[in-house]
Design a protein around this ligand. Structure first.
Ligand SMILES: [Zn+2]
Ligand SMILES: [Zn+2]
Length: 383
């Protein structure tokens, strides 16, 4: 079979998949994607096969790893099979390097043909919110010989790699059966422990179901300092979010806080000298709604007036109380992560103490606030 016939078989098979879900299930059952990609990777390209774009593996990967398929059901098994068969290798060797004259800015041309706003790496990052995909991706990444990557591919790959590290770390540390959070801003000093609760289950506020506490003591403290004022409004907001489909579970909130903690550890580990940027500008804003993720440090004053998605970052008493803790030196750094999933925007706040001798951050606590696209008159915040 020549390359062109091979490629047209794969394309037709996957066009059929989008129409007939049962056929898609059958292909997955017999591991067709893995066989197709493996076959494509081993077939040398004869000059006579005259493929219109790129190599056979690229054609094959593009046919299977595209947005319509990804967004369809069952994409977990498809992506895991593709990852096991060398999808990452194909991305790096064939998709990332620019090919042909004057194509420097168009490395994802074939992919973006299917979906203009989505690069393969961004799609893979979204897909990796599934822990099974994250594990398969981690194994695939570990198997890549980095020295073989050309410099253009490396420049595109590295931000993905840097973003994936904290993400996987957070997923790996996310407990299955309990939520080790405590929303009292005084939790570390009351319990003489770090931000996460060790052992035992936290209990949520029975009034609003939006805050959790490790103990009656922490709950009482938070009630008198903050929660008395916010409980009823939080309950109304929570119901409103549930109706709009943009409510944040305690588990998602925990993931976001753990992710932010991993990002801050990565930041600290990349400081070569004793950096004191955080001391002058103690608010770290991480923009995770764009790909690749970017971050920057701000002063309390500048951060206090910052906006994202047309909403103020510090728009509630809890976030402003956290900002005050940083201004008054109770916390060394306040990290804020901005992320968006479809119509739901999330601001995640996490406070950190700083161990001066080892230059490491330790988590003191955190919470999340959701912004629904309809709050600011939009249909979607991003894809
Ligand atoms: Zn507590
Ligand atoms: Zn409450």
């Amino acid at each position: 079979m020549d390359g062109k016939t091979f490629s047209s078989y794969v394309s037709s098979a996957f066009i059929l998949c989008t129409q007939v879900p049962r056929f898609f299930k059958l292909l997955l059952k017999y591991r067709f994607p893995a066989f197709a990609l493996k076959a494509a990777l081993t077939v040398p390209l004869a000059p006579a096969c005259n493929l219109p774009r790129g190599s056979l593996a690229l054609e094959t990967a593009c046919a299977m790893f595209n947005c319509e398929i990804l967004l369809a059901g069952n994409s977990r098994r498809l992506i895991v099979q593709l990852l096991e068969a060398g999808l990452v290798e194909t991305l790096i060797n064939d998709l990332l390097p620019p090919r042909g004259e004057g194509k420097e800015g168009k490395v994802f041309e074939e992919w973006t043909f299917h979906c203009p706003d989505m690069s393969p790496l961004k799609a893979l990052m979204y897909a990796s919110y599934d822990p099974h995909i994250a594990n398969a991706l981690h194994i695939a990444i570990m198997a890549i010989p980095h020295q073989q990557m050309n410099s253009t591919a490396y420049d595109i790959w590295q931000p993905f790699f840097d973003s994936f590290g904290p993400h996987r770390d957070a997923l790996r540390r996310l407990p299955n059966d309990h939520i080790p959070l405590c929303d009292s801003l005084k939790h570390p000093s009351i319990t003489k422990a770090d931000g996460l609760v060790v052992g035992g289950a936290s209990k949520e506020c029975s009034g609003c179901h939006t805050t959790v506490y490790c103990s009656t003591e922490c709950q009482r403290e938070d009630w008198s300092s903050l929660h008395r004022e916010e409980c009823i409004r939080s309950r109304v907001d929570h119901i409103d979010r549930q109706l709009k489909g943009s409510s944040i579970s305690h588990r998602t909130r925990l993931y976001n806080i753990l992710h932010l903690e991993a990002v801050m550890h990565q930041v600290a580990s990349q400081w070569s000298e004793k950096s004191d940027e955080w001391a002058r500008k103690p608010v770290c804003i991480v923009d995770a709604d764009i790909y690749p993720v970017t971050l920057g440090f701000d002063t309390v004053e500048v951060a206090g007036t910052s906006t994202r998605f047309g909403a103020k970052l510090f728009d509630c008493a809890r976030s402003r109380a956290m900002l005050r803790q940083v201004a008054e030196g109770d916390s060394a750094v306040l990290a804020v992560c901005v992320s968006a999933f479809g119509r739901c925007g999330v601001f995640t706040f996490a406070r950190f103490g700083m161990d001066g001798s080892s230059m490491t951050f330790h988590l003191q606590g955190g919470f999340c606030r959701a912004v629904d696209a309809s709050d600011i008159g939009l249909d979607y915040l991003n894809v």
